[in-house]
Design a protein around this ligand. Structure first.
Ligand SMILES: NC(=O)c1ccc[n+]([C@@H]2O[C@H](COP(=O)([O-])OP(=O)(O)OC[C@H]3O[C@@H](n4cnc5c(N)ncnc54)[C@H](O)[C@@H]3O)[C@@H](O)[C@H]2O)c1
Length: 360
């Protein structure tokens, strides 16, 4: 099997892993997973919805699967413990395998289990949402949420391999597709800060091809997935553990995470929250004259094109939101730091000196 992309992490002894992108029938993917886990015990962590939709194609044994209920609020410590107990019950050793099949929620939780079970067991990512294709399945961030802070417990732990099967898109509903486009828009706004050798002109591409992309043109979507992954890989291979460059990937996430937290992880999809976070960042950057009106309008046009209402969500308690942002992992001694746009396709880490300028 020739990988579509190879991720090589210099800081981790040049550890590398392949990403396979294809449109093969899900049944064939299942056969590959069986082959890879032959002679091993395995624990498959799969999203409830994906299990219901694809159980015939996967044909897993009941005892080897952990079905995770749907929703961000399932990425929690209780499920972490339940899965660890299941791994112990199955007798998994360090030589065995965990397979994550689902969106970013399953991937983040399963990855954290893999990172910590016996101090590390191999795991394979099988993302099934657009958002997980372009972002969460690659790069090695794994985590669970606390009721008052998102992704607060986690580890950097790279998967053994990633299988992106485009067929999964066919069963995603419109809201989940738009959520994926939220993270894709993020890559367009940060492209020039990703230090990639290639230029993809993603902003222009998303703007010109919007109609065809939104009609689910698979060739264009495949191209988008590859561009986003190449940008992400350019970043994470230079800074695996977010000591510097990797922070650019957090564009939209400070306010986005606060929105998810204040609504108990029930109201917004992750992509929606990130889009509102990017809007807040664009508003702040305009009010502090970091960007001009032309770029601001271009960004808002793109949000609209990709189905987002450009009115911010219902107002929540401003002080509470700011406090959540201050307790974010990215804050520094109670000062909110945010990734803000400073030029077309480029962002910069900035300390927020005047919270009163937040329009929320
Ligand atoms: N680790 C990272 O680097 C990283 C990056 C971005 C986001 N994330 C995390 O990813 C999570 C969001 O991921 P998400 O947007 O995939 O949400 P999700 O995992 O909650 O999936 C969204 C919904 O789609 C359903 N679903 C999944 N695949 C489907 C399919 N093929 N057909 C029909 N329904 C399907 C799921 O069951 C779920 O109900 C958040 O927890 C976020 O923090 C992590």
């Amino acid at each position: 099997m020739k990988p579509s992309i190879l991720v090589e992490i210099p800081q981790d002894n040049f550890k590398s892993y392949p990403i396979y992108i294809d449109k093969e029938p899900v049944k064939d993917l299942a056969k590959k997973l069986n082959k890879l886990s032959a002679n091993k015990k395995r624990l498959i962590i799969i999203s409830n919805k994906v299990y219901k939709l694809y159980k015939n194609e996967f044909n897993f044994k009941k005892e080897e699967i952990f079905i995770l209920k749907d929703g961000e609020n399932q990425k929690n410590i209780k499920n972490y413990q339940r899965i660890i107990e299941k791994a112990i019950q199955l007798g998994l050793s360090r030589k065995d395998l965990i397979i994550a099949i689902g969106g970013g929620v399953v991937g983040d939780l399963a990855g954290f289990v893999a990172a910590t079970y016996m101090r590390g067991i191999e795991f394979i990512q099988v993302p099934t949402t657009l958002l997980a294709f372009v972002d969460s399945s690659v790069g090695g961030k794994t985590a669970i949420d606390l009721p008052y802070a998102k992704n607060y417990i986690g580890a950097f732990y790279q998967p053994k391999m990633v299988f992106i099967n485009l067929n999964f898109i066919l069963t995603l509903d419109k809201r989940q597709m738009l959520s994926g486009f939220g993270e894709i828009l993020k890559y367009a706004f940060i492209e020039n800060s990703c230090k990639s050798e290639k230029s993809y002109l993603l902003l222009e591409f998303l703007s010109i091809a919007a109609d065809r992309i939104l009609e689910n043109n698979m060739n264009l979507i495949e191209r988008l997935i590859k561009i986003c992954l190449e940008l992400k890989i350019s970043v994470v291979t230079k800074d695996e553990t977010e000591s510097g460059l990797r922070k650019v990937l957090n564009f939209g996430h400070t306010y986005g995470h606060a929105l998810e937290t204040i609504t108990h992880y029930k109201k917004y999809t992750h992509g929606e929250a990130v889009v509102y976070g990017m809007m807040l960042a664009f508003d702040y950057a305009l009010s502090t004259k970091m960007i001009n009106h032309t770029y601001y309008n271009l960004a808002y046009d793109l949000f609209k094109k990709y189905g987002y209402k450009t009115i911010k969500p219902v107002k929540y308690n401003r002080e509470e939101i700011i406090n959540i942002m201050k307790s974010d992992k990215k804050a520094n001694a109670g000062i909110i730091t945010m990734i803000l746009p400073d030029r077309k396709g480029s962002v910069i880490e900035t300390e927020i000196t005047d919270e009163s300028l937040f329009e929320m």
